[in-house]
Design a protein around this ligand. Structure first.
Ligand code: ADP
Ligand code: MG
Ligand code: ZN
Length: 601
């Protein structure tokens, strides 16, 4: 279409030119003889002029012919000369003729200039409209190119404090550097890698670093961009993106904010969001259709994995998930070092101390902090940034963060530390418990406050009664520790209590593990659940049994709580020591804790 517009300007010019040609041609066709004015006057005196028509500038008419065509008449035209001058000239017998100043050029210009301006303006607006339309019509072809960043100079060195995630991504980099090597060995790679973690922890940065390290093209699009578009275009854009990526393989396709696009379908009964659904479906189709050995790696990032459509997480799609959690103290120190490279700091700056002062902050917060400190130094006309600026900057940044998500409170940290240690120590003391892998009290990480990670030794299909009881004791260990250390308890245990109660309930109602209730199965059938709500399905046991069940559950819980208290009372000193370490490092390995416990018993 653009071509067509350019052409029409040429058509106009061609038209003007043709008209001029035709005019000339017509003129010569009627063969009007142009004669000088002096000749006209002469002919007039000789009585040769038969008829004239006078206009302001010229005289046109017929005159008698001489010589060959004598007797006939022919047309003539002469440009007038003003009478005064002509009289004078006649006196002296001068041949003279009038001349009309050629107004051809000015006339043409007066025509062309406005026309050109008009066309120019029209063209400009057309172009702009077309540009927008093209965005819709060629379905992001241009967009994807814009997002193709071929020269990324981000490397793994720029991303700090997320070593576990980096380790997992190294394999992806290896693959992208030499896909042949992998396929020859029959190696299989995940199609999709999902980076999961709180905002600002460096997910986008990591994705770029993977591209930078492997030196392959990087196509990136944000989930929210898909959703803003018109119906059907998001899907087409996804198709187009993958098409382009396949041509550029090996390469990386990165979808940021996957949650915006991949929210579970079927929510929002009123109308729903068709567009997003279509786009998501297209993404799923593309993921199923592409062969990972072709060398295209799909990376995505989200900070809300829980709302993702389960279809996205099925095997063969985003089947590998990498956690990018908030950094611990050491991680923060490393991140600070990365960002401090760009500014001048005094040599005595204690980076470790800065890291210790910023629990809960993520990479983005720390980058902001360094920047803030540098600005403060500039304001104070200092050559180098020192601890004083960092302290001031931390105050500012923390004040901002606290408003946002209530970050650090030393008393709470202490409670969380003892609580988590309570779980871990109970687990370590009971042989049937799953091994403790890690304790963390980094606030607002994957858990709200802290977590104790226990990893089962293998897949479990059967659980013994004693193991279930141990699980309950471990869950109650958190609260038990709080009671022992602070002589008070907090709300931090509500999730533990809910899980412990669930286990106890199952033991009594489903597994027949309670002596008083007996070997019976009382759990409601799943289908009856909804009927229950409208009062149709009656409980399958009597009031008395219900009371008995309640009593048994309470009995199990309180026995296990007593057991946890018992274990922890004997280890109060160790608890205090371990809490000290945990508060300092924010994270402890299971092995480390075990060693510490062996030392202190
Ligand atoms: P996310 O995508 O997880 O929300 P980003 O990758 O966009 O976070 O991080 C924003 C900025 O914060 C980065 O550009 C970088 O300057 C800084 N940053 C975040 N995490 C890290 C990290 N682990 N190491 C170094 N810098 C980081
Ligand atoms: Mg991001
Ligand atoms: Zn707990």
């Amino acid at each position: 279409m653009e071509k067509h517009h350019k052409f029409s300007i040429w058509y106009v010019l061609l038209g003007i030119w043709l008209v001029l040609i035709v005019q000339q041609y017509l003129g010569s066709f009627f063969s009007i003889e142009v004669i000088p004015y002096s000749q006209f006057l002469k002919l007039l005196k000789e009585n040769k002029i038969t008829e004239v028509a006078i206009s302001t500038n010229q005289i046109q008419g017929k005159m008698k012919m001489e010589g060959e065509g004598a007797g006939k008449e022919k047309m003539f035209r002469s440009i007038r000369v003003d009478p005064e001058t002509s009289k004078l000239l006649e006196q002296y017998n001068v041949n003279f003729k009038g001349e009309i100043e050629s107004d051809f050029l000015p006339r043409l210009l007066s025509w062309i200039v406005p026309t050109a301006i008009f066309f120019g303006v029209w063209f400009f607006f057309m172009r702009r409209m077309m540009g927008q339309q093209q965005g819709f019509m060629t379905l992001g072809k241009n967009k994807a190119k814009i997002y193709m960043e071929s020269e990324l100079d981000v490397s793994f060195e720029d991303v700090a404090g997320v070593d576990e995630a980096k380790q997992e991504l190294v394999e992806v980099v290896e693959f992208l550097k030499g896909p042949e090597k992998f396929t020859e060995l029959g190696g299989k790679l995940p199609k999709g890698v999902l980076l999961v973690g709180p905002p600002g922890t460096g997910k986008t940065l990591l994705a770029k670093a993977v591209a930078g390290e492997s030196g392959v093209p990087f196509f990136s699009l944000s989930g929210s961009e898909f959703v803003e578009m018109f119906v059907g275009l998001g899907a087409a854009r996804v198709r187009d993106l993958f098409e382009q990526a396949k041509k550029q393989a090996p390469c990386i396709v990165f979808i940021d904010e996957l949650d915006a696009l991949g929210k579970a379908r079927g929510f929002g009964a009123v109308g729903g969001h068709d567009e997003r659904e279509q786009t998501l479906n297209q993404l799923l189709v593309e993921m199923d259709g592409f062969d990972p050995t072709a060398g295209v790696i799909l990376l995505a990032a989200t900070n809300r994995p829980e709302i993702l459509d389960p279809a996205l997480l099925r095997p063969g799609r985003f089947d590998r998930q990498i956690l990018v959690d908030r950094p611990d103290k050491l991680g923060r120190e490393q991140i600070l070092r990365v960002h401090l490279k760009n500014i001048k700091v005094v040599r005595t700056l204690d980076i470790e101390k800065v890291a210790a002062m910023t629990p809960g902050m993520v990479g983005a917060d720390l980058a902001n902090l360094v920047n803030e400190a540098a600005l403060l130094a500039v304001r104070k006309n200092k050559q180098k940034v020192s601890m004083a600026e960092f302290e001031e900057a931390i105050e500012r940044v923390v004040a901002g963060l606290e408003k946002k998500n209530r970050l650090i409170n030393p008393k709470e940290r202490e409670i969380v530390a003892y609580h988590e240690l309570g779980h871990a120590v109970v687990a370590l003391s009971l042989p049937e418990a799953d091994p403790v892998q890690k304790i963390s009290i980094i606030p607002r990480g994957i858990a709200a406050l802290g977590y104790t990670l226990q990893v089962p030794t293998g897949d479990r299909f059967l659980m013994k009664k004693n193991e279930l009881l141990t699980r309950i004791a471990t869950l109650l260990g958190g609260r038990a520790a709080e009671e022992i250390i602070f002589d008070d308890i907090s709300t931090g245990a509500h999730n533990d209590l809910s899980r412990a109660t669930d286990i106890a309930l199952s033991m009594v109602k489903e597994y027949g593990m309670s002596g008083k209730v007996g070997q019976v199965y009382f759990a409601r059938k799943k289908t009856a659940q909804f009927l229950d709500m409208v009062g149709q399905g009656a409980a399958e046991y009597s009031e008395a049994t219900a009371e008995l069940i309640d009593d048994e559950v309470r009995e199990i819980i309180s026995t296990q709580y007593a057991r946890a208290l018992d274990i922890l009372r004997g280890k109060k000193q160790f608890l205090e020591k371990a809490a000290h370490v945990l508060l300092e490092k924010e994270k402890i390995d299971g092995e480390e804790l075990k060693a510490l416990m062996a030392e202190n018993s």
